[in-house]
Design a protein. Sequence first.
Length: 220
Amino acid sequence: MVGMQRADPLVVGRVIGDVVDPFVRRVPLRVGYASRDVANGCELRPSAIADQPRVEVGGPDMRTFYTLVMVDPDAPSPSDPSLREYLHCGRRRSRRQRGACGDFINLKTHRIISYMNSVSRRLTQITVIYYCRLVTDIPATTGVSFGTEVVCYESPRPVLGIHRLVFLLFQQLGRQTVYAPGWRQNFSTRDFAELYNLGSPVAAVYFNCQRESGTGGRRM
């Protein structure tokens, strides 16, 4: 069992540990850019990922909905990831964001205030990671084009070192139960999943990226 965990590319790449806890993959997830499909640990340069990726999601049927998160846990550099995690994906909503059970995000304090059963309860302050994209309400057996992009895709352009770009898929409790966070940098996948009762991921894949002319650098 230990040997299998060590051979898991998500463990080797420290996606499990830095971004999420150990989980069991339960849903097929396929991610690809124009030039190639994404495989765990592969390398893509910024020019190859300028446009939004294709994402296909498996699952039982279209009555099941998923949230896709794309994050960079190495921002601004792998040796000093002070902006971990950076969110790179989602389509912005024009209205004021309101989460499940009346949760509001306060951008000044980065605190979430939850109003439940008419009693105001302050939750813990979120420590966030850099995220790149956030798409919700993706029906099973389809792709992200059928979902709601609540944080638009921001093409990763790392400057220092080799960055991991991680795609994580979560199963929602139902449709329209997940909402956009108020910021990209210092996003926390774990806290986000806990807030919306998403549980552990059902699938994940990641690739490495460095600046276009980069020839090496710190990976971890």
